[in-house]
Design a protein around this ligand. Structure first.
Ligand code: ATP
Length: 233
């Protein structure tokens, strides 16, 4: 579904992705793990179109997308849930969700809003309240819900467990799994490598802008370097 081939990206003259190659097949959960500053968010932004690339190719469902603006990639079926949630704090929960459907120009969002309420019942009580009133965990639910409102086929999730209480982390992971069962394909960036490897089919380890290791999640989890560097074992 997604092919990232030899992708390079830079901030000014400083290159931070040095030829990254990564593939995501339809229906998979693929996780990208790595230390702070390895380039995980930059790669997510390169796929969603927020960050330009300086080399390589990105293909979505066989079609080159690297030249498309971000909004066209959303319309093509890629939705990003950004690191740090980035909800629109003064807007209501409902309006945040409605904005997520902007690219679809749909007139009736009733069923889609109901589906988000079903996935995240805790949002219900804040439906008409400003998103800034929500806790970090609730904002994360809202950010995922907003991403789903675009009806993506590929969901990019950047650090969804960051700053959440352990119980909420479990809930978010369970939701990610259920989205996969519904047919969604997911690329998941996580610092919480243990949690990510537990739900992923395959994994890539990014180190200083390069893929250092990749494979199925079970093999990556048992790799000695991964255990020492990312799992604290
Ligand atoms: P984290 O887990 O901390 O989010 P990451 O793996 O997502 O890390 P990136 O945020 O992609 O890493 O950062 C990769 C490199 O690019 C780092 O050296 C970072 O300092 C640098 N960088 C990120 N954003 C910018 C920016 N807007 N301008 C300049 N340099 C940046």
């Amino acid at each position: 579904m997604l092919s990232v081939e030899d992708v390079r990206s830079a901030y000014g003259r400083i290159e931070v992705l040095h030829g990254v190659t990564l593939h995501v097949a339809r229906g998979e959960i693929v996780t990208l793990i790595g230390a702070n500053g390895a380039g995980k968010t930059t790669l997510m932004h390169a796929i969603s179109g927020v960050q330009p690339i300086t080399g390589g190719k990105i293909l979505f469902e066989g079609r080159p997308i690297a030249q498309l603006p971000a909004h066209a990639r959303v319309a093509a079926g890629i939705s990003q849930v950004p690191e740090g949630r980035q909800v629109f704090e003064p807007l209501s929960v409902k309006d945040n969700l409605r904005l997520g459907a902007w690219s679809r120009r749909a007139s009736d969002l009733g069923d889609d809003l109901a589906r988000v309420r079903e996935l995240f019942p805790m949002l219900e009580a804040f439906w008409e309240k400003p998103a800034g009133m929500l806790s970090g965990g609730q904002q994360q639910m809202l950010a995922i819900g907003r991403g789903l409102m675009a009806k993506p086929r590929l969901l990019l999730l950047d650090e969804p467990s960051m700053g959440l209480a352990p119980k909420l982390v479990d809930h978010v992971l369970a939701v990610i799994r259920s989205l996969q069962h519904e047919g969604l394909t997911i690329l998941l960036v996580e610092q919480n490598a243990g949690a990510a490897l537990a739900i992923a089919d395959r994994a890539y380890v990014l180190e200083t802008g390069k893929v250092a290791l990749s494979g199925n999640a079970v093999d990556v989890h048992s790799d000695r370097r991964v255990r020492e560097a990312y799992l604290g074992i």
